[in-house]
Design a protein around this ligand. Structure first.
Ligand code: OAA
Ligand code: MG
Length: 511
């Protein structure tokens, strides 16, 4: 079968999960064709190998009897992880995505089914940034699950016990990192979809000694800041004039708040305290403010001296935000009343419902568009369809931007791998966000396209990987390659990228 035959076959499949399975089977049967299709049709196929379909795959990983190509480390591997890494693959692994499955997208604890998210994310390193598949490894830590549905399901294949916590959990991850360093000294590790209780601590622990980052905290922050900066290009404003209200104060929310604050410090000369005063958070109990007691550590920097508000609509009335960001996984939380208030207070309200997958989004593109009379600057976490509306007397297609961290992490990780980066600082994410915010042309911004199309993503990635690599070397975080590098990053990045495989000979399909 040729590329076009596969695309036709895929389009004829109705359920998204069956498209996902079709593509997985193709990866086994004809890996060249698989990568070729993904590279040629990134925009169309991304939703079936990644968010949102990957969420369903994680939930049904056991029932669908999916065979992984990644590595499971279970709590019973304690003391033997290095042996396991040695026996698993001979490849020169450079990037790793690791999850423990506790907080998959916005859908919670899916235990060993979390492997689906590691596989989906690692794939993007190849499809988006061009990291050769042989250098990529998805890992899922099977440390049990607290999901009763899984524990009692006959098709669940993970450990049938409650989650490992405390010192035993930390020791397992500590051993994994030591083993990785011994086996492949220059890997970049991406933490993905860990629960709040572990995510911040693991990042703080391993950041100083290993090249790693947390995608949900830092990757999401990077693409969201990029979206805000692109939106500000559209309304000719800047960050100092913004008041940002977040619904949700978990990893994604406070990660965005911190990066936005860093931008205000580094680019506008504010103190960190002044910068953080631009960001307000609502959690499940109401507005995070100084009157609140027993706030979790990561929320405390954002507990400002403002009156408490119990509901989002009260907080919107009180604070009159210019930007409203949803990281709550509460579907439809941005009600008509709230969106209309945003439109009343702002010429171009920025509304970013970032929760994943689609059914957990705080509002749809169509609602945000219509309720603001088409004035919204919009970005969501999961994709929404474009819509048509009259603009200057003409029917125009408007596109919702997808603020997916997939724009950011593959290039940052690739740059880290090429420079043997020792530490990925927050400044790297700031530089990446600024670069991404400049990629869309002004006329595309006006049609809602805050980010470039995925169909051109590899070209964008060359620019982004180069910018990040240059920054890492200029700031002593990594080193220029010792061979083949002639002082200019773009040609070097291109030379290291996975090349689009040639089409296979027509064969009788096994599918
Ligand atoms: O995977 C995505 O699309 C974004 C993400 O990291 C999450 O929601 O956890
Ligand atoms: Mg995630």
């Amino acid at each position: 079968m040729l590329d076009a035959d596969h695309i036709h076959a895929l389009r004829a499949i109705d359920a998204d999960i069956n498209k996902y399975l079709y593509l997985r089977r193709l990866r086994l049967d004809d890996p060249n064709m698989y990568y070729r299709l993904l590279l040629l049709h990134s925009q169309e196929l991304m939703p079936f190998v990644y968010t949102p379909t990957v969420g369903e795959a994680c939930k049904r990983y056991g029932e669908l009897n999916i065979q992984t190509w990644g590595l499971y480390i279970t709590k019973n591997d304690r003391g033997k992880i290095l042996d396991k890494l040695h026996s698993f693959t001979k490849s020169d692994i450079r990037v790793i995505v690791v999850t423990d499955g506790e907080r998959i997208l916005g859908i919670g604890d899916w235990g060993a089914g979390g492997m689906g998210i590691s596989e989906g994310k690692i794939l993007l390193y190849t499809v988006i940034a061009g990291v050769p598949p042989s250098q990529c490894l998805p890992i899922c830590l099977d440390v049990g699950t607290n999901n009763d549905e899984l524990l009692s399901s006959s098709s669940y294949r993970g450990l049938r016990e409650r989650r490992l916590r405390g010192a035993a959990y930390d020791d397992l991850i500590g051993e994994l990192f030591s083993a990785l360093k011994a086996r492949w000294p220059h890997t970049t590790v991406q933490f993905e979809d860990f629960g709040n209780a572990n995510a911040f601590r693991l990042l703080d622990t391993f950041r100083p000694k290993h090249c790693c980052f947390n995608d949900d905290i830092q990757g999401t922050a990077c693409i969201t800041l990029a979206g805000v900066l692109a939106g500000l290009r559209l309304c000719h404003s800047d960050l100092t004039k913004q008041r940002v209200l977040f619904l949700g104060a978990g990893e994604a929310g406070t990660g965005i708040g911190e990066l936005l604050s860093l931008a205000l410090v580094k680019r506008h000369g504010l103190t960190l305290q002044q910068a953080r005063a631009h960001c307000y958070f609502m959690d499940s109990k109401g507005l995070v403010c100084s009157a609140r007691e027993n706030l979790q550590h990561h929320k405390q920097p954002f507990a400002h001296s403002v009156p408490f508000a119990r509901t989002l609509v009260e907080a919107v009335r009180q604070l009159r935000p210019t930007i409203l960001i949803g990281v709550s996984t509460i579907p439809a939380a941005f009600t008509r009343e709230i969106v209309e208030l945003m439109a009343e207070y702002n010429d171009r309200p920025m509304i970013f419902p970032l929760s994943n997958p689609t059914h957990l989004s705080e509002c749809s593109y169509a609602d945000a568009f219509h309720w603001t009379g088409g004035r919204v600057i919009f970005a969501s976490g999961s994709p929404f369809p474009p819509l048509q509306a009259a603009s200057h007397g003409q029917l125009t297609t408007f596109h919702p931007a997808q603020a997916n961290n997939a724009y950011a992490f593959p290039s940052i990780g690739f740059a880290a791998s090429l420079t043997k980066c020792r530490s990925i600082t927050d400044d790297v994410f700031l530089v990446a966000a600024e670069a991404i915010s400049q990629f869309s042309k002004t006329e595309d911004l006006a049609r809602g396209l805050l980010f470039p199309s995925f169909d051109n993503i590899q070209e964008i990635s060359v620019a982004l990987s180069s910018r990040c690599a240059e920054f890492m070397c200029a700031n002593g975080l990594g080193d220029p390659p010792t061979s083949g590098f002639e002082g200019s990053w773009e040609p070097y990045v291109r030379s290291q990228m996975y090349k689009m495989p040639m089409p296979s000979q027509p064969i009788h399909s096994k599918l």
